[in-house]
Design a protein around this ligand. Sequence first.
Ligand SMILES: CSC[C@H]1O[C@H](OP(=O)(O)O)[C@H](O)[C@@H]1O
Length: 394
Amino acid sequence: MSLKAIVYVRNPPSLEILNQLLLPHETVYESVTTVQQGYEQIKQMKVRGAPAIGIVAALSLVIDLQLKLQTFNKNPNALDSDILNMMNSPLLLGNFIRDSLDHLNQSRPTAVNLFRTSDILWKATSSGIKKDLGTKQIIESLVDMAEQMLFDDLKDNNNIGKYGVEFILRNGDKRISVVTHCNTGSLATSGYGTALGIIRHLYAQGNLLRAYYTETRPYNQGSRLTSYELLHDKIPSTLICDSMVSALLASNKMDHKIAAIIVGADRVAKNGDTANKIGTYQLAITAKYHNVMFIVAAPSTSIDLKIKNGRDITIEERNEDEVVFVNGLIKQDDTEKYQIKKVRVPPQGVKVWNPSFDVTPAELITAIVTEKGVVEKEKGAKEFDLEKFLMSQS
Ligand SMILES: CSC[C@H]1O[C@H](OP(=O)(O)O)[C@H](O)[C@@H]1O
C-alpha cells in the first residue's frame, strides 16, 4: 500500500505518479517525463484532487525541462534542432513554457489550483526573461518553485487539520463522528489531505468516534480511495452510499454524535460559494435540515477572488462511461487470481448526465477552514467576504 500520489526526485530528475484508476486493487506507479504525459495523467484522472492536479502540472513541466537541459549539457547533438535552439534562447524557452502551461490548463476546467500554478510559473518565467537570466537559471527557478509547492501543500494540510479540529470542537462534545465525501486525503494532495486531514487530526487527538464516508458515485473516489486511506491509517470508519447520508443524520438522534459534514473544494468563489465533487450540494442541504455543521476544508490557493459567486464557476462534464461502467474485480476461472474489469450496469441506449462537480451556496456553509485560519460569515450574512479574510492574513 502507498499513500504517495506523487513521487518526485530532483537529482537525478524523475517523476512517478500513482495510477489511481487501479486503486485500491493495484498499486502501480507510472513515470512522467513530458508535459504531454502530465496532461494525460490529469485528464484521465490517474491523478486527481485539486491540489494534486496543480502540483503534477508544475512537476510535469519542470521534469520535461530538466531532462531537456540534462541532454543539452551532456549530449546536445541528441536534441532536435528546435529544442537545441530553445535551450540557447530564453525567449524561445518562454514560448515553450507558455504553450505548455496553456496545454496543461486544458486538462480539467474546475479546480483553480491548476490555473494558479500556471500563473505562478509563468510570472517567474517572464520575470527571469526580463532580468535577462539564462535558460538554465530560468529552469532552475521553476524547479525550485515546483518543489516548494509540494512542500507547502503538506504544511498547509497539517494546519488545515489543526484549525479544523479546533473549530469543530470549540463548543460541545469532544468525541464526535463526522461525514465526508469523495477523496480529499494524501491521494488528492501532496500528503495528509484537507477534509481528510481534519479527520486524521481528530483521530490523532483522540476526538474521533467514527468517520462515515460516501462511496461518491460515479467515479467512486470514496469507496476506492478514501477506503484505501482510512484502512491504511486504521481510522474507525464506515462506508455508506451517497443516498444514505440524510438517513444517517436523522439517526443522529440516537448515538452517532455526527457533529459535522466535512468536504474539500475545487474552487471557492469570492463570496464562499464552493465547487466540489458532485453530490456535495445535497449534503449541505441535509446538514442544514439536521442542524449539523457543514465545513469546507481547502488551502487558500483554492479561493478564486476573480470569481464573484458560484454561477461563474465552470463545471466539468465527463463522459458517460464513468456512469455506465463500474470497475469490478473478476475472478479468473477457478484460480485465486482476480483482474479489474469494467462491468456495464444499465442497458444499452440510456441517456446520461455526468457533471463532475456541483456548487454549494455560501449560505449553506458553516465555515471554510484554510491553512491561514477559519472563515465564518458575519452575523446575519448569507455570504463570506473572502477578500477581506485573505487581506487580513497577508
Ligand atoms: C483536496 S481534493 C479537492 C477535490 O478534488 C476532488 O475532485 P476529483 O477527484 O474529481 O479531482 C473532489 O472534488 C475533492 O473534494
